[in-house]
Design a protein around this ligand. Structure first.
Ligand SMILES: Cc1cc2nc3c(=O)[nH]c(=O)nc-3n(C[C@H](O)[C@H](O)[C@H](O)COP(=O)(O)O)c2cc1C
Length: 309
């Protein structure tokens, strides 16, 4: 069976995955934290924690709240910063078989460009995932990914700064996801990943206050799966680029739904918190499904639900 997938066909380096199962940023650390619990080298790719120019402490506690079939988080991009990542993590990744993609986050277009420039050519880094769900400080705090113009600006700036494959990760907190996807595709993205978390609030009724320290958070987990699937379906129909589906994937059948909606690869996120083996379980389940259905190439499943009967 062939499960391999090329995620950056238009890029000079390409981004060839042996299978379509990736980990979602912020839910799998730097990969190293999970290496004693599962054979991470079997995964398609690892996307590391969101990385910023400077180290960040993140938001005030509490930063996690469980919801019905989901999780609300306001971690606030706690991370070690790009310099430490290059010095301490990349050399470890360079000895791995599994490709590592660095997720980046900024407060200005220039932050993203600087991050991409610093990561360019670093051994152990196979690609960049651009998190455009961050507030654009100069534009009053609206998310870069909420409008096509700023989403394209960030993409173009990253593209100019690096020759690495670029995955642009879309926010669902916008009115027309296909329009944003089209804009980032035209600005030079190699692939599009979606979705990031949906904005939400939980109230602690005993304190008469919002539960999270920073009031709002991002909703993830099974609760967002139908929304994510819808958006993947829309984007896969709008752009001629590989799409990476993410949002509530817990089992192989969830993953197959995304692939049939048009995703070439998928990311397992919050599911790793309850089952650290979830990404491998999903991969094994996909293999079993293909075997049962007599499917020899995963490409046969990509977008299968979009074709006319
Ligand atoms: C605790 C936590 C931290 C996250 N951190 C990041 C991050 O740093 N960068 C990013 O692009 N997405 C981040 N995400 C979003 C996930 O990568 C993913 O897009 C989202 O959780 C939906 O997938 P899921 O429902 O499978 O968790 C984070 C999610 C969680 C739950």
């Amino acid at each position: 069976m062939n499960l391999s997938i090329q995620l950056a066909p238009k890029n000079q380096h390409g981004l060839l995955l042996t299978n379509p199962v990736m980990t979602a940023s912020g839910t799998f650390g730097y990969g190293t934290e999970y290496s004693h619990m599962l054979d991470i080298q079997k995964l398609g790719a690892i996307v590391c924690k969101g990385t910023t120019l400077e180290p960040r402490q993140g938001n005030p506690q509490p930063r996690l709240a469980e919801t019905a079939s989901g999780l609300l988080n306001s971690i606030g991009l706690q991370n070690i910063g790009v310099e430490a990542l290059i010095k301490e993590k990349a050399p470890i990744w360079a000895s791995w078989q599994v490709p590592v993609i660095v997720n980046i986050a900024g407060e200005s277009v220039d932050d993203y460009a600087q991050l991409a420039g610093k990561l360019d050519g670093v051994a152990g880094i196979s690609g960049i995932e651009v998190n455009i769900s961050c507030p654009n400080i100069k534009a009053g705090g609206a998310e870069f990914g909420a409008n096509p113009k700023s989403a394209a600006e960030v993409t173009a700036a990253v593209k100019t700064a690096t020759s690495l494959p670029i995955l642009v990760k879309l926010t669902p907190n916008t009115s027309d996801i296909a329009e944003i996807a089209t804009a980032v595709a035209e600005a030079g993205a190699d692939a599009i990943s979606l979705i990031n978390t949906l904005k939400g609030i939980v109230i602690d009724i005993t304190r008469h206050r919002p539960l999270l320290g920073s009031i709002t958070g991002g909703l993830s987990g099974p609760a967002i799966k139908p929304v994510a699937l819808y958006m993947v379906y829309e984007v896969a129909g709008a752009v001629d680029l590989p799409v990476i589906g993410c949002g509530g994937i817990t089992t192989a059948s969830d993953a197959i739904e995304f692939i049939m909606a048009g995703a070439s690869a998928i990311q397992v996120g919050s599911a790793s918190f309850t089952n650290p083996r979830a990404p491998l379980d999903v991969l094994e389940g996909i293999e079993q499904f293909m075997e049962k259905e007599g499917i020899e190439d995963i490409a046969e499943l990509v977008g299968a639900a979009r074709h006319q009967a």
